[in-house]
Design a protein around this ligand. Structure first.
Ligand code: MIG
Length: 801
């Protein structure tokens, strides 16, 4: 139950008038007559941090959420004072702090329009039970205002009218609107009057957000402890808000290895070895591309982390090698619970070194998980993380496992009502000792972080791959994620769609759901529709509990197998497009999926759309989320789009019916786009190819597209060994020009581009490559017009009549 005394204002305390003000470089310090202190820090021109203390003293300024790599610095800062306010002006924002009440309002520095203002503003309630305060913030909500973000919430895209809580929770078979679930990402973006701003409430205690639910005109957020400490991030474009938030909390430290963007197959559990091989062999026999196979908890000896059940897996190193020779990377699960067993070296070592979490009065935190009674490492202690990283040496370096899957790290505990640690458990919190109330939401992220460092070290010179269930803001720096235990139902297909979009707009693009559903079993039709959605999520994995039968792509009959193959092949063809989108994400925080509101906020018709999204920047996708459908109505955002399957050109800015039998799905390409495609491979790196395809979609006018490439693994790309190509398309009535700009030192194996032209409105009469006319026999005019040319061209010019 969320307790907010907002309405009654019972027990609420408020700042009084400002009596002191001091400026210290980028930070303004205010203090009030009743001892409240406010620090306003200008992080960037469009990012301002607000930090309040009710005692006049601040805690040690430490955050797991904000990265040390965050950009800092502003181009302009000016502070003035008038009778009623202090006015802080940057090149993007004007922030006014009211002298009598400490209330804050923020304006666009260019047009002076109000963006957001405090309602009551900062206030608090004393927390008699635990000490400290319940810190609260309330802001005015404008009539037309909409809200987005908050990580994994299983709800429609627009959050207006709803209230949420952040407390990482193991939520087996959660449903639509279940709250909270696995993650705690206290960040949202709001849009009003075409101005988008974000709020990142960097507080790891239990936090709550109310988006005009309790009162129509008020948005509020509060925490059960800690500081009122939030970042105000101005756009005015939503995409810029998301980018700035991602910059603040961190982009992934490295690109994933390309295989991690392939298709993954998982189940609880594949064992023994023969069963694993049967699955992988069937993928190859049926020619369904796949790059990764997962081992769930049963591979271990009695669920002891870092051990193997030698009956089922007599020689893991050999097996992993054989799988790898067949193009499969092995990913294994590792949970936080360490079995209490004095014969077990991992347990013994952690006990001897004092690495386990303890209760307030000293005893160990004991909890039941899969191995039985367990103790749990305190991953919030640097020394413990270091030790944990080291445990991966054998698994990664020797056995050859390529990825690690961190589960149960909310942390989840069985057979207790709150499903987790009790509040009094102590944590180091990197030298800021605290109780579980403060460390709970960050526990999973710190585990994934320690795992990531282990893999990074022992997989070197290859890139690590980690996946986590629980996460706090910033976890995206280290790991990918999935949404936990969903259900094989049509409703959950829609939830998966919304969660992936929501995660992307919460700075965490490397995400996906258990395709087909974890609990229960899908019918073939649902499985096929879910695959169609899943191939457009950066993390693409089939997983199920196995309780209700098999969930491999071939168990639903031939028709479904063929549809699955078709869409997984499409994913593999589009890998260079996804990889380029991932590069944009790690480069400047651009989310890989864009909900329509993020794609075009100015068009208010997008503000309540939940189903459609843009994959990368130029592919519009809308999954079919109902049985027996022959198509669906969907909203096409403004601009012109080509139906991917028919090349029919449609004008957006309206809702329309789109045909999509079971073997198809609504998919559109933005006009002018150049979409790179690989040949189909059964796994990443299976083939060396001499050419790749560039699908060019004619546009009258201009459009620019990018193609990023590198060695697909390793770190040479960080030293300049990457290739970035920009294709500028200019279409005229009877001409099409494609100019290529190249950057970077990497040279891919392929030497040619097969240029395929879609919907040229003219018949080609001549072609020039870098001003040299080429023979027309070389043009394949069969269906679409195509031509194969050297990849190093600078300008391709088509003339027609
Ligand atoms: O209590 O490892 O969400 O993906 O297969 C269940 C067994 C523990 C929960 C994970 C799920 C995984 C399962 N785990």
């Amino acid at each position: 139950m969320i307790v907010n005394t907002e309405l009654e204002q019972k027990g609420n305390l408020f700042p009084s008038k400002i009596i002191n003000y001091k400026k210290d470089v980028d930070t303004l310090h205010f203090s009030t007559k009743n001892g409240v202190a406010l620090q306003v820090t200008v992080v960037r021109d469009s990012v301002i941090r607000f930090r309040y203390s009710t005692t006049g003293k601040f805690e040690n300024d430490f955050s797991y959420g904000v990265t040390i790599h965050a950009s800092r610095g502003y181009s302009f800062l000016d502070v003035t004072e008038d009778e009623t306010h202090y006015n802080i002006t940057t090149s993007k924002l004007i922030c006014k702090v009211e002298k009598q009440s400490l209330q804050v309002s923020l304006f666009d520095a260019i047009d002076n329009k109000l963006i957001n203002e405090d309602e009551i503003g900062f206030h608090w309630e004393e927390c008699y039970q635990h000490g400290g305060d319940i810190v609260k913030m309330s802001k005015t909500c404008q009539k037309s205002e909409s809200f987005y973000g908050l990580g994994d919430k299983p709800v429609d895209v627009n959050l207006k009218g709803k209230r949420f809580e952040n407390w990482a929770t193991d939520s087996y078979a959660f449903g639509k609107n279940t709250d909270p679930i696995y993650k705690a990402i206290p960040f949202y973006t709001a849009i009003q009057d075409n101005k988008a701003y974000g709020i990142f409430f960097d507080n790891t205690f239990k936090t709550s957000f109310d988006f005009a639910q309790e009162r129509r005109n008020v948005t509020s957020f509060w925490a059960q402890g800690g500081e009122m400490n939030y970042y105000f991030i101005y756009g005015p474009q939503m995409e810029d808000v998301v980018k700035n938030y991602t910059d603040l909390t961190g982009k992934p430290h490295a690109l994933p290895p390309l295989w991690a963007l392939g298709f993954h197959q998982c189940k609880w559990s594949y064992y023994p070895e023969a069963n694993v091989k049967e699955v992988t062999n069937t993928f190859r026999d049926l020619k369904i591309p796949c790059d990764a196979i997962y081992l769930d908890i049963d591979y271990m000896d009695g669920f002891r982390c870092f051990t193997w059940d030698k009956n089922h897996f007599p020689d893991p190193k050999r097996m992993v090698k054989e799988l790898e020779d067949d193009g499969f990377k092995t990913v294994v699960i590792i949970d936080p619970g360490i079995k209490i067993d004095l014969e077990y070296d991992v347990f013994k070592e952690a006990l001897d070194q004092d690495y386990f979490c303890k209760r307030a009065d000293g005893p160990y935190m004991k909890g039941k998980v899969w191995p039985g009674e367990c103790y749990f490492p305190d991953y919030t202690k640097p020394e413990v993380r270091e030790w944990w990283s080291g445990l991966f040496k054998e698994l990664i370096e020797d056995i050859g496992v390529k990825g690690v899957w961190n589960d149960m790290n909310e942390p989840a505990v069985m057979d207790v009502p709150n499903k987790s640690f009790p509040d009094d458990v102590r944590h180091d919190y990197d030298g800021n000792p605290c109780s579980h109330r403060k460390a709970h939401n960050i526990y999973g992220t710190q585990m994934a972080r320690a795992t990531y460092h282990g893999l990074k070290k022992y997989a070197y010179p290859k890139r690590p791959f980690v996946i986590t269930r629980s996460a706090y803001s910033g976890a995206q720096r280290y790991t990918s994620t999935w949404m936990g235990d969903n259900i094989a139902s049509w409703e959950h297909l829609a939830i998966a769609n919304n969660q992936a979009q929501r995660m992307a707009m919460s700075g965490f693009s490397f995400a996906g759901s258990d395709i087909g559903g974890f609990a229960e079993q899908p019918q073939g039709e649902l499985f096929a529709r879910w695959i169609q959605l899943g191939v457009f999520h950066a993390f693409c994995r089939v997983h199920s509990s196995g309780d209700h039968g098999a969930q491999e792509p071939w168990v639903f009959g031939e028709e479904i197998t063929d549809i699955v193959r078709k869409f997984v092949e499409l994913r593999y063809q589009l890998l260079p497009y996804l990889y380029t989108s991932f590069w944009k994400y790690i480069n400047d925080g651009t989310p890989i999926l864009k909900s329509l509101v993020l794609y075009d906020q100015e068009d208010i018709a997008t503000h309540y759309r939940s189903d459609e999204f843009v994959y990368g920047e130029q592919i519009l996708v809308c999954p079919i989320q109902e049985p027996n459908a022959k198509g669906r109505r969907m909203y096409i955002p403004r601009g012109k789009w080509y139906n991917f399957w028919t090349d029919e050109l449609v004008e957006g800015g309206k809702e329309m019916w789109v045909d999509a039998d079971l073997d198809s799905m609504p998919m559109f390409i933005k006009e002018g786009a150049v979409i790179p495609k690989y040949p189909v491979q059964q796994y990443v790196g299976e083939k060396k190819f001499d050419e790749i395809t560039l699908d060019v979609y004619y546009k009258k006018g201009k459009e620019s597209s990018k193609l990023y490439d590198d060695a697909h693994d390793g770190y040479d790309y960080k030293k300049g060994r990457f290739s970035l190509r920009t294709f500028k398309v200019t279409g005229k009535k009877k001409e099409l020009i494609i100019q290529q700009h190249k950057r970077g030192e990497f040279n891919a194996d392929y030497t040619k581009f097969n240029m395929v032209f879609h919907n040229l409105p003219f018949a080609i009469t001549s072609i020039q490559i870098d001003n040299v006319e080429i023979k027309l026999e070389n043009v394949n005019t069969a269906k679409t017009q195509a031509i194969t040319i050297d990849k190093e061209f600078t300008e391709l010019h088509l003339f027609g009549k």
